[in-house]
Design a protein around this ligand. Structure first.
Ligand SMILES: [Zn+2]
Length: 82
């Protein structure tokens, strides 16, 4: 459990780092972001805040959600299971 906490802390530290956030659209025209090796599909927007779901949610059951504010990555809720 302690090691898991450390992992989360390292994760949030890297969120504040320089990993580029790439915006695009899927072939179906849905907004998508790529961050590192992962891609997220837009889930909902409230004011300046946007929630993005990992594209592996269906295939891998990944519960990782990215939150962007003013088009900048603010945090990740959870971490990828893949
Ligand atoms: Zn994921």
């Amino acid at each position: 459990m302690i090691e898991y906490d450390n992992l989360l802390r390292r994760t949030s530290a890297s969120v504040c780092g320089v990993s580029p956030l790439i915006y695009g659209t899927t072939k179906f025209g849905n907004p998508i972001i790529a961050w590192g090796n992962y891609r997220f599909i837009k889930k909902l927007t409230r004011r300046v805040k946007t929630w993005w779901e990992c594209t592996a949610r269906k295939s891998s059951g990944c519960r990782c959600v990215a939150v962007t504010v003013n088009n900048r990555l603010m945090k990740l809720n959870g971490w990828h299971n893949h």
